[in-house]
Design a protein. Sequence first.
Length: 121
Amino acid sequence: MILRHENPIAVEIAWFCFVLVEVFASFKRGHMDTSAVCEVCGNYPAARIKLRRGVGLVLARRIYTADAVLCDVCAAAATSEYQSKTAIQGWTSPHSALMNPFYLASNAINRAKHKKRLRDS
């Protein structure tokens, strides 16, 4: 299937449909399971973790979210990176300064839950 780049919305819709079909096909074949390997290094066991960080932009803010299946070592590195960037960059707008403690606490809680899921698997 050849798509021209004349209509970027059509290209995005076609790509989304392609990815959706591939995901459902792999799920149907049984290749998608919750005890997956790490998306970064390929180690096992791995579990899903969701991390957030906020960046204040004077009058606005930007939120970054990582939702990945990671092993213990990669999750520790990702959590450390997100926590340090949030602690440094998250205080420069009023709304971001209010939300920053919640992002820091949420990441710490999610990391603890991730460790528990790894122990239980």
